[in-house]
Design a protein around this ligand. Structure first.
Ligand SMILES: C[S@@+](CC[C@H](N)C(=O)[O-])C[C@H]1O[C@@H](n2cnc3c(N)ncnc32)[C@H](O)[C@@H]1O
Length: 442
C-alpha cells in the first residue's frame, strides 16, 4: 500500500477555524443527515440552509497513531505538539519486535494521561451490537476470482487468513514506517476497545444498515462526538476492493482458478498469495508485539478478523493529523485542497486517526466543506452557502491536478472513480470526443 500515507483524508483543505472560531453547534443540532446515493454509497446531506463558516459537524477519534518521527513531541491524547522538546509524561517505552522502531507514548499533561486511562476503562463496559445474520457458505472447491460475488470472495479471504495465522512467520516482508503506523492504529483500537466483540461480517465491505448508521450518528451526537466502539463496524472496508485490485495486478494473462481452501504452501508459493503478503507482515508484527503486551495486561484478543477489520478500514477512512491546524484566513472556496495553501501553512504530519462518524463525507474535487483539527477532534466547516438537501463534500487530498491525474489517484488509493460535477465537466473538456463517462452528482 505504498503512498497510502500521503492519500489519507488529510486536511489538504486547511480550513477555516480557530483564531475566531465560530461557537460549535450543540451536538444534537448538527445540520446533517445520512442519505444514500447510487454510485457513492452513504453521504452527509444538509438538513437546513447553511451559511459559510458554520461548523456542521465535529468528531472524536476512535483509534489513532502518532508518527514515529514525532512520538516524543506529540501528546498521545490531545495531539498537542512541541517540535523543540520532548513532552514530559512518558507512559510507555517499548523496543518492539524486529522491524519496528522504538516508540514512546507521551502526554502533555496529567489530565491527558488520565483521559486516556478513563477512555480505556469506559470502553471495556461499552455497548455491544447484535451479530448480523451469517452469509450462505460458498459451495465450490475452486473458482476464478473475477467471477464471484463479494460475499464469496470474503469467505475465501477469511480461509486464506486462517492459513496465514496458522503458519505465521513465513513469507514475511519487513513493514515500512507507513505499515508500522497502521499497526499502531490497530493496537490503539485493541487497547481502547479490545473487550468489545467484533463480528466476522466486519470484513464484508458491503455490510451496511441505514438504521444502524443513523443510530451510531445519533448516539455520537448525544455523547458529544464520542463514537461507541461498534461505530467502526459501519465504516466501509476496502478489503474486498483491495484484494480484487491486487489479484488483477498479479494474475497471469489467462484467468486462473484459485482453491477455496488453500494449503500453506499454496498461500506461500502461488501468484495470488502476493495479494496478502503486505497485510500479513503487518499482522505478524502486531501479533508479536501483542503477545508481549498481553502477558502483563488484561486486554482483548487479537484475531485476524479484528486486525483486518481495522486495517482495511483505516486504509480508506483515516484522516491525517496535521500541525499547526489550519486557520480561518487561509480558506476560500477556490483554495480548498490546493497544494499552495497546504505548503503555505508548512504543516507537520503528526500521524493518522479514525473518526468513524466523519467518514460519511464523500469526496468532491469542488468541495463545499473544509476540515481542521481542534485538539483531538476534527471539525467540519462550510466553505460556501449550502442549501437544505445538498450533499456535503470534503476533498480527499490535493485537487489541483488535471482531471485524469486526480481520478487516477482516487482510483488507486480509494478504489473509486470520482463522479463529482467538476470531474464530469473537465472530462468532457479534456477529451470531447472520447470522454470517459462520469455521472453527475445527485
Ligand atoms: C470515506 S468513504 C465515504 C462514505 C461512503 N460513501 C460510505 O458509504 O461509507 C469513501 C468511499 O465513498 C465512495 N466515494 C466517496 N466520494 C466519491 C465520489 N466522489 N465518487 C464516487 N464514490 C465516492 C467511495 O467508495 C470511497 O471509497
Amino acid at each position: 500500500m505504498p503512498g497510502h500515507r500521503q492519500e489519507t483524508l488529510r486536511p489538504s483543505a486547511p480550513p477555516a477555524l480557530p483564531n475566531a472560531a465560530p461557537a460549535p453547534a450543540p451536538a444534537e443540532c448538527f445540520p446533517v443527515r445520512i442519505g444514500h446515493i447510487p454510485g457513492r454509497g452513504r453521504g452527509f446531506f444538509a438538513t437546513r440552509d447553511i451559511a459559510p463558516g458554520e461548523t456542521v459537524f465535529r468528531a472524536a477519534p476512535l483509534a489513532w497513531a502518532v508518527s514515529e518521527d514525532w512520538a516524543r513531541n506529540t501528546c498521545w491524547w490531545c495531539f498537542a505538539h512541541d517540535s523543540r522538546r520532548a513532552l514530559p509524561l512518558k507512559a510507555a517505552a517499548s523496543s518492539g519486535p524486529a522491524g519496528s522502531a522504538q516508540h514512546r507514548v507521551v502526554f502533555c499533561s496529567a489530565m491527558c494521561a488520565q483521559s486516556a486511562l478513563k477512555a480505556a476503562v469506559a470502553a471495556s463496559t461499552a455497548d455491544v451490537e447484535p451479530a448480523p445474520p451469517a452469509l450462505a457458505p460458498f459451495a465450490a472447491a475452486d473458482f476464478v476470482p473475477g467471477e464471484v460475488s463479494d460475499a464469496q470472495l470474503a469467505e475465501w479471504i477469511s480461509n486464506v487468513w486462517d492459513v496465514i495465522v496458522a503458519h505465521q512467520g513465513r513469507a514475511a516482508e519487513t513493514p515500512d514506517s507507513a505499515q508500522r503506523e497502521l499497526v499502531r492504529v490497530i493496537a490503539t483500537e485493541l487497547f481502547l476497545h479490545g473487550a468489545t466483540p467484533v463480528h466476522g461480517s466486519m470484513n464484508n465491505c458491503t455490510a451496511d444498515s441505514p438504521d444502524w448508521t443513523e443510530r451510531v450518528v445519533s448516539l455520537v451526537a448525544a455523547e458529544g462526538g464520542v463514537a461507541p466502539p461498534f461505530a467502526l463496524e459501519h465504516l466501509r472496508s476496502s478489503e474486498i476492493d483491495h484484494v480484487r485490485t491486487r489479484l488483477r495486478e498479479l494474475q497471469p494473462a489467462a484467468p486462473q482458478r484459485v482453491p477455496l481452501n488453500p494449503t500453506a504452501a499454496q498461500v506461500e508459493g502461488s501468484w495470488w498469495g502476493g495479494a496478502f503478503r503486505t497485510a500479513a507482515s503487518s499482522y505478524a508484527l502486531l501479533h508479536s508485539a501483542w503477545r508481549q503486551t498481553a502477558r502483563t495486561h488484561a486486554i482483548g484478543n487479537l484475531t485476524h478478523g479484528r486486525f483486518r477489520a481495522v486495517y482495511f478500514r483505516e486504509m480508506a477512512n483515516s484522516f491525517g493529523i496535521y500541525d499547526p491546524p489550519a486557520t480561518l484566513h487561509s480558506l476560500s472556496p477556490e483554495g480548498l485542497g490546493t497544494r499552495a495553501v497546504y505548503q503555505e501553512l508548512e504543516q507537520e504530519y503528526l500521524g493518522s486517526s479514525i473518526y468513524p462518524t466523519a467518514v460519511y463525507f464523500n469526496h468532491s474535487c469542488c468541495p463545499n466543506i473544509a476540515k481542521t483539527r481542534v485538539g483531538r477532534s476534527m471539525w467540519f466547516v462550510s466553505a460556501v452557502d449550502i442549501s437544505k438537501g445538498e450533499e456535503l463534500f470534503i476533498s480527499y487530498g490535493n485537487i489541483t491536478d488535471p482531471v485524469a491525474e486526480r481520478r487516477a489517484r482516487l482510483k488507486e488509493h480509494f478504489f473509486f472513480g470520482c463522479c463529482c460535477t467538476r470531474c464530469a465537466r473537465e472530462s468532457v473538456m479534456a477529451t470531447p470526443d472520447a470522454a470517459e463517462p462520469v455521472s453527475e452528482e445527485a
